[in-house]
Design a protein around this ligand. Structure first.
Ligand code: GLA
Length: 336
């Protein structure tokens, strides 16, 4: 059953905590940012382990950087120069990372209070974003439904708008399959359903090229420990992995912790996966007494390619009037 409690308050608005438990896995969400706050799954001994980072208070979600657990929109990832054109009209967005826009702007969906409704094993968060919000065209309605199905957390995204616009929603959960608060993820094993990625220039903006991952530290086409990539890409502009992979097979990603025996596999309708190994996660207090720091979690952000709107050869993030954006992502757990 869904249980609902008051979690806190931001800008004089209540923030609710919603808990779902289907007897296999247990998930907690907060209405601020349509955020995954916790995800408890059994380890090989049957003990429930919380595999997602999170905070104790609504204020920390509002003021800390890092988008921990949040649903990110209207447009996840970066838009170069904070501008784009549709139908020959240029739109100027709010910049929040140098001259570029990251994750929907200064106050994107991750920092807004969403409405919600529950069923026994699901919660649907919905939001209305007015014409011009962060610079985007059109009155947009968006929703994200999180459902527990056996040992899977499934997310269904939808959106529609009264003007031609762009939309690219993702979830920014930080996974640590040895348990949130257990430290760095170097020893965890990653496999990706990708053979290429979109290389970037300054500001982590795609050059528009596709490059093979073979013979690079990003080669996870076969299962590999994260350690080599995290060590060899430390001190670079991505401080580990912060790259968009071009998905070519399913699952998009598989992550495994030998410590707990927990394996996560990620499937999606989307064509891109930003893997972010939390290279910029500065030391901070997490929930339940945990201390977080660099490389303490991994985000598997399913999405359209970064800056797709300014790269016409990338799959388009445009939704036209009368069209509906509909995408899904599943995070499934089992013991190996
Ligand atoms: C995304 C970006 C990263 C970083 C995080 C938030 O994953 O790609 O560069 O900005 O969000 O800290």
């Amino acid at each position: 059953m869904a249980s609902i409690k008051l979690f806190g308050e931001v800008n004089n608005k209540p923030v609710y905590l919603i808990k779902l438990n289907n007897g296999h896995i247990e998930a907690e969400f907060i209405s601020l940012g349509a955020t995954i706050r916790a995800l408890r799954v059994p380890d090989r001994s049957g003990n429930m382990v919380d595999v997602c980072l999170g905070y104790d208070t609504a204020e920390e979600y509002m003021t800390n950087d890092g988008y921990i657990g949040a649903t990110v929109g209207r447009n996840a990832n970066r838009i170069s120069g904070s501008k784009f054109s549709i139908n020959g009209k240029e739109y100027k967005l709010n910049a929040n990372e140098g001259e570029n826009q990251l994750h929907g702007g200064i106050e994107g969906f991750s920092h807004k209070c969403w409405n919600f409704s529950c069923t026994e094993n699901s919660v649907t968060f919905s939001i209305e974003s007015p014409d011009g919000d962060e610079g985007y065209p059109g009155n947009l309605k968006a929703a994200a439904t999180f459902s527990l199905v056996n040992s899977t957390l499934r997310i269904d995204y939808s959106a529609s708008c009264d003007k031609d616009t762009i939309v690219n929603l993702t979830n920014h959960a930080y996974f640590n399959l040895s348990g949130q608060g257990s430290g760095a993820i170097n020893k965890q094993l990653l496999t990706l359903g990708a053979e290429s990625y979109t290389p970037c220039r300054d500001g982590n903006i795609p050059t528009g090229e596709f490059a093979p991952i073979i013979n690079t530290p990003l080669d996870f086409s076969k299962e590999n420990s994260l350690d080599f990539a995290l060590t060899s890409l430390s001190g670079t502009s991505t401080e580990g992995i912060d790259h968009n992979f071009v998905l070519s097979s399913s699952p998009a990603a598989t992550l495994y912790s030998e410590e707990t025996g927990i394996e996560l596999s990620c499937k999606t309708s989307l064509e891109g996966l930003q893997v972010y190994t939390s290279g910029f996660l500065t030391k901070r207090n997490g929930k339940d007494g945990a201390i977080y720091g660099k490389h303490h979690g991994i985000c598997l952000e399913t999405q359209h390619f970064p800056d797709a709107i300014n790269n016409p050869h990338f799959p388009s993030p445009i939704i036209r009037v009368g069209e509906e954006y509909k995408e899904w992502t599943e995070y499934s757990f089992k013991i190996r």
